[in-house]
Design a protein. Structure first.
Lengths: 504, 637
């Protein structure tokens, strides 16, 4: 069952990329992604909320001499991320325009990426986790390199892969270090065993640094987000759906499922558990400020992600149940909102021919449906209560407050700045520009055709039905998870192996 | 059980209206919008009446839980609504006065195109829903939801004319300043949960300590910041005058009758906390008094009729803060009710005038309307006199109740009496600026540059709500007789006392003296404005103190100071940070590495040795670094 969750996309990728002719690439790719989504949904439906330990567990000894096992398991955290991954892959394939989709390679690599990320969420063995962790890097690199936008795509891909590799290789050292020192000398890669008997605080301190750096780069956590600007600028929008929507969460997931339980007390010269939340808060503020400074819509969203990922890390390192469950909520919430944002700004860029937000204005009367949908997504992104992001941000900050009230207060700077950059973006695109005093839209046609609209040359205008249909599931989830976040947290008490601060 | 469904229906009706209008705004016919937009509010009013009758009979509070919003360890939060006399009181105002205003908008917004028409009623219904959520919420998270949704609908309605940049900017300003208040409430909720491990009102109020302590004060001040931001009190008030960019019914509904009184509701709802938190509570009264005075002074020099009303709203809410801040909760809420009547009346009356004057809002360009718009003029005069506090209109009774309670509150080193004195001075100024507005706009000869020579009175759909509000303004005083008269007739106080408790002190019997003084001087100031602005018998006061006029016209330079201190600092940090830290260091350093790698790799293909070299280099370097750290850790640990 769980194997299928990563193997189906991989097999699909091979079919699409190697075996089948190009014209079948998109339907077969889509079918593969849909099958995976159905499998993930089935796993969610049959999931037992009260159960302790992994569900649908698979265990096959792999390399007995080093007690390495092919060990997969699903629990109340990974369930939601696997589901998110499967959903967003479907969205990404549907969002891929004909130009990219027809070449097949793109679809194949997206599916490979899905398989790799699903493996990261499912692995219950540290070495297996590392294999998947590295495996997701390869399709991501080729996607950026081959399908990147702009003349710097090549360099962006190299930068991304080098930066991430540095972290990964340090993590490999840490995997070996964990095998040597932890588990009470049992010499195992089994995560549950390792979590029971962490090494001495000094060793934890070193291992925390190695693992933590790898995960922080992936998230990315301030100040390790140097790869993000070029990579997000270069990545085509369909890729960003999973690249921004899910890949960062593998880093956050790894922090919660590996860093925290395996190295709960990393204290030597200082306590890492006190350092990381400070970086998280700095990231919340820094990402928000950088978002304010951006004129490129994609970069603005990219930096807003840095800010939002800060909330997730802050919640994880609040070391209490509210903060950590809030972090998982926020992983899912951000994974729903950011793809919608990237899709929308991508569509706007196609319509207007620019990504520079200062070169656009008065779009609302020309594309009222897009304006309305963008409004809802904007509000979700700035954390409006009743929509999903609020629940996650509230819980992570509540956790942070209990850790240290000042952290929560500082984190609130992100809540204050989010409306500034999101509304500047939205209003700047949609409404009158500074100094403008246009006459009200007249009565000809219910779209309220505008004098400005009539003179402008916009290739296509409002959202097409297919584009809208792509966003509808995301919009519905934004509303549902805002009203009923318990839908997610009720499953979270079922964990594969316990966290240092138990979830009840 | 039935009541539980009614409470939910009350909330869901306007929500459903807003959702339907949002989904069909581009295709729905105007006739359906006319029915649906106000219809859901009036249905909500019916639901409120059911709850009202129940609250009169049983009086007991109902705490209805519907589903679990979240449960995470000890943090367990039901989606619950609290239906007690205070929330029913607020619902009556929101759906009753709100219903009148939304109905009025049917006529006022008629010249918009179809899509904008539907959009307007969608926002209005969304606002009603948000406000009902705010007052019905039974826990802190749902309070925050209502609080923020109210801010959102206010943002949407202020920016309704999005083809005007001034409206767009005003909307964003309102949103961001409201978010300051939202954040304060969020932090208050954190502190409350961390201290008392409760999330619902009932739980928290039950777990409060018996005496004042630092955390109660912290929570009190955070709640107060939330209230100040929403109620446009100093120093978070600068968004309200700009909010007049919205259509006039919006100003009536949101920026006079309902939303801006949310801060008063909050202090009343949280009275168990404020009763303990002496400093936070007194600060509320102080801020209210100062705001009342400052806003009244600015109101004297405004020329836009809606801005005069906006500053007068700030000023009147200052009175309410003064009342609830001193612990005279019923007085504060009575003034809230009275203000909802007469300020909605004034805004809608002003709307009739603006409508007749082709959207001109500068009252210096009106003049002589008394002869041509007689029904509106009469209503507006009654509203103005109620604002001044002239007997026997509702404003007299409610304002004097606050001032009388402040006057008679014992001890505290004379603090309540100082507050009374500020309120008294404000009342005189209120008489003056209201008189100025009335005389300039309605009396005298038509201005030479008046946009319309022969204005038309508003259609019935706009006039009838105004008349109903006028009647309510006239008879509202019968609800409660203030302390100046020794008559035990206190309907508002008796209705609310199960929630907020009775007034903890009794009148001194001397309240008739300040009451008479306020009435007299306020009335005289109203008449004196005639000599300044119509007959011009007296020289303009500003000729003697031009610097004061300039200070008032620039609104004490709050906007300029905020722009320099906050907005420019924020943009400066963002741009400097981007240029000098983000681009060259955080983003630039790895770019440099990548460029070197690219150069070393050549340009042909991935399998070239350059990549491999780099890979190995990074691998070895990383491994060595890692080993070094582990070894260091081992030797040190």
């Amino acid at each position: 069952m769980l194997t299928a969750l990563w193997l189906v996309p991989v097999v699909g990728a091979l079919l699409v990329g190697v075996v089948l002719p190009r014209r079948l690439a998109r339907p077969v790719g889509l079918a593969t992604a849909l099958v995976t989504l159905v499998l993930a949904l089935a796993a969610a439906v049959a999931f037992q909320s009260g159960h302790q330990g992994y569900q649908y567990e698979e265990y096959v000894p792999w390399i007995r001499d080093y007690s390495i096992a092919y060990h997969l398991g699903l629990d109340g955290i990974s369930l939601w991320l696997v589901l998110l991954n499967a959903l967003l892959t479907v969205v990404a394939i549907l969002a891929a325009g004909d130009r990219v989709a027809r070449r097949g390679g793109f679809i194949a690599l997206i599916l490979l990426l899905e398989g790799g990320m699903a493996g990261v969420f499912l692995a219950a063995d540290l070495l297996l986790f590392y294999v998947f962790w590295e495996a997701q890097l390869i399709p991501a690199y080729f996607l950026l390199w081959q399908w990147g936008e702009g003349d710097r795509a090549n360099q962006a891909a190299t930068k991304f892969v080098l930066y991430t590799l540095v972290g990964s290789l340090l993590a490999l050292v840490a995997v070996i270090g964990e095998y040597v020192y932890a588990g009470g000398g049992a010499h195992t890669f089994d995560l549950a065993t390792l979590a029971k008997q962490p090494p001495s605080p000094g060793i934890q301190f070193g291992l925390f640094f190695l693992f933590g750096l790898a995960f922080a780069i992936k998230v990315p956590l301030f100040p390790f987000h140097g790869w993000l600007r070029d990579a997000y600028a270069a990545a085509p929008v369909p890729l960003l759906v999973t690249f921004a929507g899910v890949m960062g969460k593998t880093g956050a997931y790894a922090m919660l499922r590996i860093l925290v339980p395996l190295m709960p007390h990393p204290v030597l010269w200082w306590d890492w558990n006190a350092v990381v939340p400070i970086l998280a808060v700095l990231g919340i503020a820094w990402g928000a400020f950088m978002a304010i400074a951006q004129r490129d819509m994609k970069l603005l969203i990219a930096y807003s992600s840095v800010s939002h990922m800060g909330f997730i890390v802050l919640g994880i390192f609040a070391f209490n149940q509210q903060g950590q469950q809030g972090a998982v909520l926020q992983m899912v919430n951000h994974g729903i909102i950011v793809p919608a944002l990237f899709l929308l700004v991508g569509w706007i860029a196609v319509r207007t021919g620019t990504r520079d937000r200062t070169r656009m204005k008065d779009l609302a009367p020309r594309m009222p449906v897009l304006a309305g949908v963008f409004m809802v997504v904007t509000l979700a992104a700035l954390g409006l209560p009743l929509l999903n992001s609020f629940a996650g941000e509230f819980m992570t900050l509540l956790g942070a407050w209990q850790f240290s009230p000042w952290l929560a207060v500082a984190g609130c700077l992100g809540l204050l700045l989010a409306p500034v950059y999101m509304l500047r973006l939205y209003q700047g695109l949609m409404y009158a520009a500074p100094g403008e005093q246009l006459p009200p839209p007249g009565d000809h046609g219910h779209h309220g055709a505008h004098p400005a609209a009539e003179t402008a040359t916009v290739a296509r205008t409002d959202l097409a039905g297919g584009e809208l249909a792509l966003l509808v599931p995301l919009l519905v989830l934004m509303g549902l998870l805002g009203l009923y976040p318990y839908l997610l947290t009720q499953a979270m008490n079922s964990l594969g192996y316990p966290l240092p601060v138990p979830w009840r | 059980m039935a009541l539980q469904a009614v409470a939910l229906a009350l909330l869901l009706l306007p929500a459903a209206g807003a959702l339907i209008l949002a989904l069909s705004a581009l295709s729905i016919s105007r006739r359906v919008v006319r029915l649906l937009g106000p219809g859901v509010v009036w249905l909500g009013f019916l639901c409120t009446l059911v709850l009202f009758v129940d609250s009169l009979q049983s009086g007991g509070p109902h705490d209805f839980s519907y589903w679990t919003w979240i449960r995470s360890g000890a943090f367990s939060l039901p989606a619950n609504l609290l239906v007690d006399r205070l929330s029913v009181f607020m619902c009556l105002v929101v759906t009753g006065v709100g219903g009148l205003i939304v109905t009025y908008a049917v006529g006022y917004m008629d010249h918009e195109n179809d899509a904008s028409y539907a959009r307007f009623f969608c926002y209005m219904d969304l606002f009603i829903f948000s406000m009902l959520l705010l007052v019905l919420a039974g826990n802190f998270v749902f309070l925050i939801m209502g609080w923020a949704m109210v801010g959102l609908s206010s943002y949407l309605l202020i920016g309704f004319y999005y083809w005007r940049y001034s409206a767009v900017a005003a909307a964003r300003k309102a949103f961001v300043m409201n978010v300051v208040g939202d954040i304060a409430l969020v932090l208050a909720a954190f502190a409350i949960f961390a201290q008392y491990h409760q999330t619902t009102y009932a739980g928290v109020f039950g777990a409060l300590p018996r005496a004042d302590d630092p955390w109660v004060e912290v929570i009190g001040f955070l709640l107060l910041v939330g209230g100040i931001a929403k109620s446009a009190q100093l120093p978070l008030h600068t968004w309200l005058p700009d909010a007049m960019e919205g259509p006039t019914p919006v100003s009536a509904l949101i920026h006079a009758a309902t939303m801006v009184t949310a801060g008063v509701y909050l202090i009343g709802r949280m009275h168990p906390i404020f009763d303990l938190a002496f400093w936070a509570h007194s600060t509320a009264a102080l801020i209210g008094a100062v705001t009342a005075l400052v806003a009244a002074t600015i109101g004297i020099v405004q020329t836009d009729i809606k801005r005069v009303l906006a500053y007068s709203t700030m000023s009147q809410i200052g009175y309410m803060f003064l009342g609830v801040g001193l612990g005279a909760y019923a007085a504060g809420f009575y003034h809230l009710l009275a203000h909802a009547f007469f300020k909605a009346l004034l805004f809608l009356g002003a709307g009739n005038v603006i409508h007749a004057m082709n959207d001109e809002q500068d009252m210096r360009r009106y003049g002589g309307l008394w002869k041509q718009l007689r029904p509106t003029s009469i209503c507006f005069l009654i509203g103005s006199l109620a604002l001044v506090g002239i007997f026997p209109l509702v404003g007299f009774f409610s304002k004097e109740l606050i001032l009388g309670d402040a006057f008679s509150k014992p001890d505290q080193g004379g603090f309540p009496q100082v507050m009374w004195a500020v309120g008294f001075l404000t009342a005189v100024l209120t008489g003056f600026y209201t008189g100025r507005m009335w005389w300039i706009a309605f009396w005298g000869e038509p201005a030479r540059d008046r946009p319309v020579e022969h204005p038309h009175e508003a259609p019935p759909v706009m006039l009838v709500p105004v008349v109903i509000l006028t009647v309510l303004t006239c008879i509202g005083g019968a609800l409660q007789v203030n302390a100046g008269f020794d008559i035990p007739w206190r309907q508002v106080e008796d209705f609310l006392s199960p929630v907020v408790g009775p007034l903890p002190w009794s009148p001194r019997g001397l309240e008739w003296i300040p009451t008479a003084a306020t009435l007299l001087l306020g009335g005289v100031a109203f008449l004196a404005a005639y000599n300044f602005y119509v007959s011009r018998v007296w020289r303009p006061w500003s000729a003697a103190v031009p610097w004061l006029q300039r200070l008032l016209e620039r609104k004490y330079y709050f906007d300029e100071i905020y722009d320099a201190v906050f907005v420019r600092t924020m943009d400066g940090v963002a741009n400097v940070g981007d240029r000098f830290l983000e681009e060259p260091v955080i983003d630039g350093a790895p770019t440099g590495v990548a460029a070197v790698a690219e150069a070393g790799a050549g340009t042909l293909s991935l399998t070239q040795s350059g990549y491999f070299r780099t890979y190995v280099l990074v691998f070895v370097g990383g491994a060595l670094l890692g080993l070094a750290v582990i070894l260091l850790a081992r030797t040190a640990g």
